[in-house]
Design a protein around this ligand. Structure first.
Ligand SMILES: CC(=O)SCCNC(=O)CCNC(=O)[C@H](O)C(C)(C)COP(=O)(O)OP(=O)(O)OC[C@H]1O[C@@H](n2cnc3c(N)ncnc32)[C@H](O)[C@@H]1OP(=O)(O)O
Ligand SMILES: O=CC(=O)O
Ligand SMILES: [Mg+2]
Length: 726
């Protein structure tokens, strides 16, 4: 039974109350009495508005459902007119130029990967924070980029054959990032600094320099042969490290032991879709980790290779500047050792009983906003060991907003939080997830509502796909999932996002971001396809792991993103009707194709949901039907569950067929998890498993889930599971 502490009209779960009073408030220059009173005021001011916006969502969805049930056109002027009439489509402002100030270079002026990590997992969150720099050698050695053939298999010990392939490949990349005036880094035998110049000696006895000598930015160690050299290309740093005693350096002609890339330029510490946080106890873990990250105190012990290691946040990196560095006069060059951190709050539709206002659970987005901002304030006050934002901003990603009214609501909420916490106006920056259809088709109007605090727009294509299905659920059966990804709506949505961002003056001021690489182990495909993101003008794109960040960073060396922006015209008006084209099934599928699609969806749902509900894990790598591990979170679950619900509604599949598939796949999912000692199986009596029950609800009650969201069912069932465990 949850114990509460009364604070005015608020009832605050004891564990959260204690965390705030004992840990979050001290040092924040916000007193306890003021904080609780101000929080209550914010709830009084925003709770009913929050609920009203949810009612608008419901009402619009109802009208859209009725429209499609009446078999009215799904394209053309009549459809567009209907969406305008109900207020789903609004007029775009003629002009919108963002005016956000105090934005760190990592967000405004650098183009590079953005890592996302479940914040409640301290081990991963610390790793993400430290992923600002990644070893190219490790990233190549550890992944499928180097094939495990011809003696280059990974094995348990270091394999020099594989190692040679790694160093060769890495040096090919050096030639791309830091070309030499003559020859290749592969031929280098020494890197020598003489008279303020960097010379590279080649195997043919010639000496050369960088084609652009100004790329050399600094070094560590002694002259003439330094311990490391620092370079910059496309605004990103590269460090070559030397060590003649290191097992790798020893065998390298130039004694290179590793090449470090500036990789995860920014990281999203996620309180949302990759996290299972269903009550005060869970929320305290989420907020404690954020506090630890803001104060630089987070640490965790972990077992690796039979040893216990303590993981903490990395220090900054210091170099002696080269004559070409901006810091050459000061004689010292310090670069951030950590990724710039955003925090992703939850959306408007979530409610949480960690705090009750008028005896009702409060909007969780408001709770997150207030507490993550309070914690962020420690960074601005310099209370931590490190500084996250040099410019004095707190970066909050706001997910799942539907249209400009909701952005305006969040803007006003943030202003109120700033007032309550005595933060300068517009300290709280907003990342707008462009992941709901009503936001995509009104993006310019959305940006306009937060023009003084927006710092990113990001195409969350996973949620966006789920919303695509749910919004037009009654229009007909949707295409299978692989076809959905290549139909006109999605490319128009992606193009329009970049074009709108540029038209709103975001280039050089804010991030224009693209979505997650959801196949964490398939780095070969990522390297082939994710270059499309910078090519399309995205200044950042999401990756699921530090390794993926290191490899994706290479794409930003291949493409000069900011140079692309000059050629991108505002095409959003023209794209709108394409975005609105509903990706319905266009061809007849065979019974085998239908069964395959169903089984694949069911496997993904069960594989993810059982770990969520039984173990409280919000993001998992789940094998698909072809045994390829996919990153699954609430957004991918939204797609799969809505897809099955849609095919059920339109008679493509039957309830019994779905249930049979669930029985078959649940046995497989239990088998797939046998290696995990913490796994709690669904077992033979599936109906007794909360995870199985949750999956059933998500599918069979999918039509009734607001906007197709999965969190309501997941939370309910996880809470039941926790109660059962207690
Ligand atoms: C639609 C959306 O909203 S997308 C955004 C939400 N999604 C995410 O945040 C995805 C984040 N990624 C993850 O959670 C994980 O990478 C998963 C669940 C996909 C795979 O996790 P695992 O199966 O444990 O990965 P795997 O075993 O290959 O790697 C584990 C190692 O990689 C590290 N790692 C994996 N993902 C991350 C990450 N996102 N950040 C930091 N480190 C990570 C772990 O710390 C661990 O290293 P360690 O032993 O040194 O601590
Ligand atoms: O949040 C990201 C998404 O794709 O959804
Ligand atoms: Mg999302």
């Amino acid at each position: 039974m949850q114990k509460y502490v009364q604070e005015g009209q608020l009832k605050v779960a004891q564990s959260l109350h204690q965390f705030i009073n004992d840990h979050a408030l001290p040092g924040s220059q916000v007193g306890q009495a003021h904080f609780w009173a101000a929080f209550e005021d914010i709830l009084r001011q925003f709770t009913s508005q929050n609920k009203k916006l949810l009612t608008t969502r419901e009402s619009l969805q109802q009208q859209i459902d009725d429209y499609h049930k009446a078999n009215r056109p799904t394209t053309g002027e009549e459809y567009k007119g209907f969406l305008e009439e109900i207020g789903y489509l609004v007029d775009a402002p003629d002009e919108c130029t963002i005016a956000t100030s105090k934005v760190d270079d990592e967000v405004a002026r650098m183009a590079g990967p953005q890592l996302v990590v479940p914040i409640n997992n301290a081990r991963y969150a610390l790793n993400a924070c430290n992923a600002r720099w990644g070893s190219l050698y490790d990233a190549l050695y550890g992944t499928d980029i180097i094939a495990q053939t011809d003696g280059a298999e990974k094995g348990s010990d270091y394999n020099p054959v594989r190692g040679k392939k790694v160093t060769d490949k890495a040096k090919e990349w050096l030639d791309v990032m830091l070309p030499l005036a003559t020859g290749s880094h592969k031929e280098a035998t020494a890197y020598i600094i003489e008279n303020d110049n960097l010379f590279i000696q080649l195997a043919n006895q010639n000496s050369t320099q960088l084609a652009n000598v100004e790329q050399w930015q600094g070094f560590t160690g002694d002259l003439p042969e330094p311990s490391s050299l620092l370079f910059r290309h496309h605004g990103l740093h590269v460090e070559i490290q030397f060590d003649s005693d290191h097992p790798v350096g020893q065998t390298d002609p130039a004694n290179i032991k590793d090449i470090l890339l500036e990789a995860a330029i920014s990281t999203i510490m996620d309180c949302e879709d990759s996290v299972a946080a269903v009550d005060a106890e869970d929320k305290v873990v989420v907020y404690s980790n954020w506090l630890g990250l803001m104060k630089g105190t987070l640490s965790t012990d972990l077992q690796k290779g039979g040893n216990t290691l303590t993981r903490t946040m990395h220090e900054d990196k210091t170099f002696t500047p080269s004559p070409f560095s901006q810091n050459s006069v000061t004689g010292s060059l310090t670069l951030p050792g950590r990724s710039l951190m955003f925090v992703r709050n939850v959306g408007l539709h979530m409610f949480c009983d960690a705090v009750l206002f008028n005896n009702e659970p409060v909007p969780e987005g408001i709770l997150d906003g207030v507490i993550t901002a309070l914690i962020g304030k420690h960074d601005l006050l310099g209370n931590g060991k490190y500084t996250n934002s040099q410019k004095g901003s707190i970066y909050i990603v706001k997910p799942k907003m539907h249209g400009p009214e909701e952005v305006a609501f969040t803007d006003a909420l943030f202003a109120s939080i700033e007032g309550a916490l005595s933060l300068e106006h517009y300290t709280l920056k907003m990342g707008i997830m462009d992941e709901e259809r009503r936001t995509s088709v009104n993006l310019k109007a959305c940006i306009a509502q937060a023009a003084n605090r927006v710092v990113f727009i990001n195409t969350g294509f996973l949620d966006r796909t789920g919303d695509e299905i749910h919004t037009s659920m009654h229009a007909g059966p949707f295409a299978d999932k692989s076809a959905l990804k290549v139909m006109p709506w999605i490319s128009a949505y992606e193009r329009s996002n970049v074009a709108t961002g540029i038209a709103c003056g975001m280039s050089g001021k804010a991030q224009i971001g693209k979505g997650m690489w959801p196949i964490p182990d398939d780095m070969t495909s990522m390297m082939k396809t994710k270059i499309a993101h910078p090519e399309a003008g995205a200044t950042t794109a999401w990756v699921p792991s530090p390794t993926a960040a290191t490899l994706h960073a290479l794409h930003y060396h291949q493409v000069n993103v900011f140079a692309r922006h000059t050629n991108i015209e505002d095409s959003s008006d023209a794209e709108r009707s394409k975005i609105l084209s509903i990706p319905l099934l266009e061809k007849k599928l065979t019974p085998e194709q239908i069964q395959h699609e169903l089984d694949n969806n069911v496997q993904g749902i069960l594989g993810y949901v059982v770990r969520w509900v039984h173990m409280g894990i919000g993001c998992s790598k789940v094998p698909d039907i072809n045994d390829i591990g996919l990153m699954e979170d609430r957004a991918t679950l939204r797609i799969s569950s809505q897809h099955i619900a849609n095919w059920l509604l339109h008679g493509i599949i039957s309830e019994d067929q779905v249930y049979q598939s669930m029985l078959k796949m649940s046995t497989l999912v239990d088998q797939q998890n046998l290696h995990d000692p913490d796994y709690i199986p669904m077992g033979a009596a599936k109906e007794n498993s909360q995870g199985f029950q949750a999956a059933k609800k998500l599918i069979f009650e999918g039509l009734q889930q607001p906007n197709g969201y999965t969190e309501f069912v997941l939370h309910e069932m996880r809470r039941k599971m926790k109660a059962r465990n207690e």
